[in-house]
Design a protein around this ligand. Sequence first.
Ligand SMILES: [Zn+2]
Length: 63
Amino acid sequence: MGFKCVHCSSEEYPIIKKKISGSGWVLFIVLILFCIPLCWLPFVIDSCKEEEMYCKGCGIKLG
Ligand SMILES: [Zn+2]
């Protein structure tokens, strides 16, 4: 897909990791405070997650 790491020039496709986004954490805290039985929701809702790409060659975060 034309990917090239700016750090090590690796052309291998990056590793994609999913993590909870900032708004996901806010929702998590709100649920902890007001509705603890549902506090796991941000971890399963896709819109509360964001993807991060890491270079396979050097491991740098590619944003
Ligand atoms: Zn790299």
